[in-house]
Design a protein around this ligand. Structure first.
Ligand code: KG4
Ligand code: ZN
Length: 354
C-alpha cells in the first residue's frame, strides 16, 4: 500500500479523493474534492443491504461480505462515470480500517489497495468513528473549530470525545453496555418492528405522547456522564409483558415508542450538555446513525442554544454509515499535513482513542 503523498495536486489545485466504506452492511463510495481545506462532495453512492439482512433481524456477516464484494467495483465504476471522471483523475483513496465486521472491512481494504496499486495512489486508512466525528462539519457555518466535544451515537457506539485537534481525541464518556442504536434496534424487535429499529421507532413515536409512560434512564445523577441503555431495553420488555392485552392497540404502541425514545434522547442530550459544561467546551458536534432522529436534533439544538453553545450536527443524510465522511476525513487530514497514521491492516476493534 502506498502511503506517501506525491504532492500531485490536480492542475486546478484541487485534490480528488475516493472514499470507501464497508465496515458493516452498507457499501458506500464517494468522491470528494478538497481545495484549501474546503470539501465539496462530487458524488456518492450507497447500496444498503438492509432488505437482505432484515429476515434475520440483524446483520449476517457472510451475506454482507458477498454483497460488498459484488457491489463495490460496480459502484466505483458508476460513481466515476456519473461524475464524468476517470480513475486517473483520483489523487488519493480513503478506506475505513475499523472498527467494524472483520470480513466486511477486508473486502473494502483489499479493493482499495488493489485499486491504489494499479493507479499508483496513496491510501489513507480512516477510523470509522473519526469519519462520524467530523461529519458535522460537512455542512453549516464555518470550518472545523478545535476544540470541540463530539457526540457519536450509532448502532455500535455511544460516546463523548474531547477533540483537541487531528489525532488528539480523548474519550470523555462511553456506554457501559448497549449503544443507543443497538438498544433501539432490540426494542424495535420487541415491538414487532423491522430492522433497523431506530427509524421505525421514530416513525411510530411521531403519533405518540412522549409523556405517556416513564422509562428508566441510565446513571441519571447530575454530573455522571456514563451512558447505559440496557436498563431501558429490559424495562420495555417487562412493560410489554405487563400490557400484553394492549399490544394490538396502535395508540398504546405509539405512546410507548414516543416515551422510550424520549427517555433515550433526553439522556443523550442532557449528558452531552453536562459534559460540555464540566469541561468548558464551546462547541458540540453530533454524529452517527441515531443523530438522524429529528427529535434528537431538535432537542440538542435547543439545549445548546439555551446554554450558549455552538451546535454542529451532521447532515441528516450523512448520519448513518456513508463513504463521504471517510473521504472527507482523509481529505481534511491530508490538507492539514497529517500523514496517513494507521497501518495497512484492518482492525475490527479499532478504538477512537485509548
Ligand atoms: O452509524 P450507523 O449507520 O452504523 C453504525 O456505525 O453503527 O448507525 C446505525 C444505527 C442503527 O442502530 C439505527 O437503528 C440507528 O442508527 N438509526 C436511528 C435513526 N436512523 C438510524 N435511530 C433513531 N432515529 C433514526 N431516525
Ligand atoms: Zn457508523
Amino acid at each position: 500500500m502506498k502511503t506517501g503523498d506525491r504532492g500531485a495536486r490536480a492542475g486546478n489545485g484541487n485534490f480528488l479523493w475516493l472514499g470507501i466504506e464497508t465496515s458493516c452492511d452498507e457499501t458506500g463510495v464517494a468522491l470528494v474534492e478538497e481545495r484549501a481545506g474546503r470539501i465539496r462532495v462530487v458524488g456518492a453512492l450507497l447500496t444498503s443491504q438492509v432488505n437482505r439482512h432484515r429476515p434475520f433481524g440483524g446483520v449476517v456477516p457472510e451475506l454482507a461480505v458477498r454483497e460488498h464484494a459484488r457491489n463495490l467495483p460496480l459502484l466505483v465504476t458508476r460513481l466515476l462515470e456519473e461524475a464524468g471522471l476517470r480513475p486517473q483523475d483520483l489523487r488519493g483513496i480513503a478506506v475505513t480500517q475499523g472498527p467494524g465486521l472483520a470480513s466486511s472491512l477486508l473486502v473494502g481494504n483489499a479493493y482499495a489497495r488493489a485499486l491504489a496499486a494499479s493507479l499508483d495512489l496513496p491510501v489513507f486508512g480512516i477510523n470509522h468513528l473519526e469519519g462520524h466525528l467530523f461529519s458535522p462539519f460537512l455542512e453549516g457555518d464555518g470550518p472545523i473549530s478545535f476544540p470541540f466535544l463530539g457526540l457519536i451515537v450509532s448502532g455500535g457506539h455511544t460516546l463523548l470525545a474531547a477533540v483537541e485537534g487531528w489525532n488528539r481525541y480523548r474519550i470523555v464518556s462511553a456506554t457501559t453496555d448497549d449503544a443507543a442504536g443497538e438498544a433501539l434496534d432490540k426494542i424495535a424487535r420487541l415491538l414487532g418492528l423491522p430492522y433497523p429499529g431506530g427509524p421505525e421507532i421514530e416513525r411510530l413515536a411521531r403519533q405518540g405522547d412522549p409523556k405517556a409512560f416513564r422509562f428508566p434512564r441510565g446513571f441519571p445523577e447530575e454530573g455522571d456522564l456514563r451512558f447505559s441503555f440496557s436498563g431501558v431495553k429490559t424495562a420495555v420488555r417487562y412493560f410489554l409483558e405487563q400490557h400484553a392485552e394492549r399490544r394490538s392497540d396502535p395508540r398504546f404502541l405509539a405512546d410507548a415508542a414516543a416515551s422510550l425514545q424520549e427517555s433515550i434522547i433526553r439522556t443523550l442530550c442532557e449528558k452531552t450538555l453536562q459534559a460540555a459544561r464540566q469541561r468548558s467546551f464551546r462547541t458540540v458536534a453530533a454524529s452517527g446513525g441515531v443523530v438522524a432522529n429529528r427529535r434528537l436534533r431538535q432537542m440538542l439544538e435547543e439545549g445548546c442554544r439555551d446554554a450558549g453553545l455552538c451546535c454542529r450536527i451532521a447532515p441528516s443524510g450523512l448520519c448513518t454509515d456513508n463513504a463521504v465522511m471517510i473521504a472527507a476525513a482523509a481529505a481534511w487530514k491530508h490538507a492539514a499535513g497529517i500523514p496517513p497514521s494507521l497501518g495497512t491492516d484492518i482492525d475490527p476493534g479499532l478504538p477512537l482513542a485509548l
